[in-house]
Write a protein that binds this ligand. Sequence first.
Ligand code: SAH
Ligand code: SF4
Length: 447
Amino acid sequence: MQKGKRFSIITFGCQMNVRDSETMRSILLKRGFEEDKPENADIVLINSCSVREKAEKRAKIYTREFKRKGKKVIFAGCVAESEKDKIFALGVDAVLGTRKIHKVGDIAISLLEDRKIIEVGFDEIPHFDQVPEPTHPVTSYVNISIGCDNFCSFCIVPYTRGREITRSFNSILSESKELLKKGSKEIFLLGQNVNSYFDETTGYDFADLLYNLDKKLEGDYWIKYLSPNPRDFSYKVFKVIKESDHISFWFHLPLQSGSTKVLKRMKRDYTKEEFLDLCYVIREEFPDATITTDIIVGFPGEDDKDFEDTLDVVERVRFDMAFMFKYSERPNTPARRYKDRPNTPARRYKDKIPEEVKDERLHILIERVNTIIGERRKEMLRRRFIILTEGESEKFENYTRVKTRENIKGVLKGKFEPGKFIIGRVTEIKGHTPFFEFERFCDYKGV
Ligand code: SAH
Ligand code: SF4
């Protein structure tokens, strides 16, 4: 191995970043670089997340640490895009924006010659043709769109990933086929707002996309997708999912807040009642479905009554899992502009919630949600599920990590190869983890 050609990738943030890291990894391997642990690497690539301040800080701490250790650092991802100058000032060797990741090979080569580089901006059509080697034994991520046009007032994503671009159906189909040939058992369709998908060449919307993938991809596999916007669901999508063979009955519906007043300020375009109606329809149409969510507490102007509304939605919907966050003010977002434009309507975001109140609300919310998740899991006891094996459990000896078609994670007694569909019976729940016992092998439909 030529000196300087060992690399390591550290990934923060969402599945979109995981997929981008897989793409960059594949490019570097093709260009003759070799993957290694961070401590042995010559080049450390940090793929950063900027959605909350904490994640951003962690990426910067890592960067300083690796620079101190004398590594070359390529700083990629969302923070690279939004804060290129500040990141460069940290002494990194290259700054690589979210739509420039296909250039990672050239950049790594330049680093061998000690050049410093910044590549950011949204001027190029992205990397859809770079199909990475999957790194997960059973799940493959497939971008169906990138960027976002929603501009929710708390969110930095439109500024770090640019405007929404949808990928053509044929390109999605051919990548998915290739991934299934390589042994994937789960195609995870990715976009910031997947259900706003529209392909101009075929005229397909999200429902048509799901329908055609389900029909045209052959084999033993499931289809899941992230993240839909509650606002963009339609009966057509529900009908396609219900009649499909492969599509998961898992609905991730990011609530953000249960208060219609706060939702309006967040620019989410749905009310508390519309969200509840959506969940009601899902529970009616798909009795076995799981519904999961994301919730933010402490958005500017959120009063006790608003927070009560969030708890009320949590009680009524009974989510199977939730990611819960304290509001974190992010650069460029509409909710931050009150600082630069005090005399415009942006001033309504000035009403900041004190940190102690945010902490208290988050604590109350987590307790409530966890209790409900515990109760939901208990409903799984003694029932049979189709599960997919993923690999050895690190936490429980002689157990295999599995997930259900509805995306509940658990463990299966014994050691099984990854990528097997199995009928498992739930014998026990520990914490929120269902413990399954093997009954028989099956296909993706449980047959
Ligand atoms: N496109 C996805 C969200 C991507 S960000 C969607 O619309 O669902 C993932 C989650 O991070 C969001 O759902 C939100 O709950 C949270 N989040 C985003 N910006 C945040 C902020 N400024 N402070 C706290 N949480 C935030
Ligand atoms: Fe952010 Fe809203 Fe777009 Fe999701 S839909 S990425 S929360 S702007």
